[in-house]
Design a protein around this ligand. Structure first.
Ligand code: CMP
Length: 132
């Protein structure tokens, strides 16, 4: 099934110069980057993106991290794009992510885990609407 999803290279990923590597992995998986923008989030946008995590103990840490530098937001399209992007990204915790995934290869902590990819069709729709 052809899907669209929302992906964001987080500030640690941008700072480490990983954007081109991540774009290459997405394209090699047969997915298409429909739109892409390098930008700085403001607090309102960061809190809206992560609104489902509001109230959790890591919420402030997460928001502070995504505000700490530039991010690259992407609209990605293709067969099973949502699942494929979750597979390419790997588990949230880089130490638990499968070998060869973006977070396993480049992540340094559960907060600095390089990439965000929408976790469901509903999240994808909501997140795409915020940024595109
Ligand atoms: P992301 O895919 O961007 O979605 C929510 C983010 O919260 C997640 O990646 C992590 O970077 C961050 N996070 C920080 N601490 C935790 C935690 N204990 N459990 C889940 N997510 C966490």
């Amino acid at each position: 099934m052809r899907e669209r999803t929302f992906v964001m290279v987080k500030p640690d990923g941008v700072a480490k110069g990983l954007t081109d590597e991540i774009v290459a992995r997405i394209e090699r998986a047969g997915l298409k980057i429909v739109s892409m923008r390098r930008m700085r989030l403001d607090r309102g946008l960061a809190e809206e993106l992560y609104s489902v995590h509001r109230g959790k103990d890591f919420f402030e840490r997460l928001v502070e991290h995504v505000l700490s530098g530039e991010v690259v937001v992407m609209l990605v399209e293709g067969e099973r794009a949502i699942t494929q992007m979750r597979e390419l990204s790997g588990a949230t915790d880089p130490t638990k992510a499968a070998k060869g995934t973006i977070r396993s290869d480049f992540g340094s902590s559960i907060t600095e885990n390089v990439i965000h990819a929408a976790d469901s069709a509903e999240s994808a729709e909501r997140e795409m609407r915020i940024f595109f």
